[in-house]
Ligand binder design. Sequence first.
Ligand SMILES: [Zn+2]
Length: 287
Amino acid sequence: MLNSNYIESLFGIKGAKLKNIERNTEESTINVYFELEKDIHECPACKELTISVHDYRVQKIKGPPLGEYFMVFHYRKRRYVCPACNKRFYEKNSFVPRYHRMSYSLLSYILSELRSVSCRKSVAKRCNISVCTATRVFDLISPGKPKLPEVISIDEFKGNAETGKYQCIITDPKNRKVLDILPGREAHHLSAYFSSFPREERQKVKVVVIDMWKPYADLSKTYFKNAIVVIDRFHYIRQVLWAFDKIHRDEYTPYGQNPNSPWKRCGSGLVPHPCHPGGCHSCPPYP
Ligand SMILES: [Zn+2]
């Protein structure tokens, strides 16, 4: 009974009857052998109650690391048989998800590690699992879908996802919050995402702030019928500055070739040449 209490407090396994504990120094594992208390179970098919045991099977389950050792549970799993319909079914347990070989305590440990350590490889090594498994556990975390605010902003950033060079970021600019990140900025990614929101929710969006990427504008008109589309200040001003720069270059380039150009360089700007047309040629040509 005391052993059962230990196993429950240490690993969250309720009602366990501990059979043995072994330490394997070669494999760096601590092997815990146990089974659950026999109990009345309800048949999943006909709801008849039964306590008749059909057979047992030992399942190996990975547990969280304990110091430099890895925990391995050897769970003697009981299978009941229904006296009414003869259905066989496994007993209920609270420590391992169905079809999994990792305990809830290990899953919880991996998630806490992934929260604090960015490298999945080191988490996988610490938990004695493969990198693929660590990635699968990470993918299980579902932050849930956000609620669309009245003002949303769509932009891209250069990321390192396998889906493409740019990823798309959806933000709430009024409250300065990131709502979601999409795998790509292409129309099909955006359509799949926004079409998953109910129409009533999309109709409540009043302003969509975008840069000058055409698919954003097309998509905004399709999915946010009641919203106005605004080009954000940064991209708007950048276009103006680029236009000035172009004029600058167009006007300045001839100066290097033509000493009679009416313009001279002044810092990063362009001013009328004071010596024009006097032949002051000390100004360097535009790079
Ligand atoms: Zn039954």
